[in-house]
Design a protein around this ligand. Structure first.
Ligand SMILES: [Zn+2]
Length: 169
């Protein structure tokens, strides 16, 4: 068997059996409920810690390929899903977007990038993909993300974005 696949299998088994409680560190938490997300791309598990009675959620998802991010200056690093979720999380702060919606958004973006058939993805393409998907979810979050991504040095950029939103509504 492919070693990467094997490793994934082992990690998955480990995760299924022994997910550590993030609150007290207890090693043996129980799965209370397991269900696929609406888009069918992730499985969401509600877990319970018998030690401290905490509840938390884990997600299992498909990974089609390992992506490498290529920065403008040519620097390469591993694609980091959590980092992506974090930067989108900042854009949606205090917006009516649930944790589950964020999770689905990140999954859609990741799958889109993985489906391109390329192992190396320029940051500009990631930014564009995030903007395309974010626009469908929340326009304020979209403008916030765009303001960071496009770096509003040119006032015209902002007008372009607002224009795009106007033409949509
Ligand atoms: Zn616990």
């Amino acid at each position: 068997m492919d070693t990467a696949l094997r490793r994934y299998d082992i990690i998955k088994k480990y995760r299924d059996k022994k997910m550590k409680c993030p609150f007290c560190g207890h090693l043996d938490t129980q799965v209370k409920d397991s269900r696929p997300s609406d888009d069918g791309l992730t499985i969401r598990r509600r877990r319970f810690c018998p030690e401290c009675n905490s509840r938390f959620t884990t997600f299992e998802r498909v990974q089609l390929r390992e992506l490498t991010v290529v920065k403008k200056n040519g620097e390469r690093r591993m694609f980091d899903r959590d980092k992506l979720a974090h930067s989108i999380g900042i854009a949606i702060r205090k917006r009516p977007v649930s944790a589950e919606q964020l999770e689905q958004l990140v999954t859609r973006i990741t799958q889109k990038l993985e489906s391109l058939g390329e192992n190396e993805i320029p940051t500009s393409l990631i930014g564009k993909t995030v903007m395309d998907e974010l626009k469908k979810v929340d326009s304020v979050a979209y403008i916030r993300f765009a303001s960071v991504y496009r770096d509003f040095r040119e006032a015209n950029d902002f007008e372009d974005i607002v224009g795009e939103l106007d033409s949509k509504t």
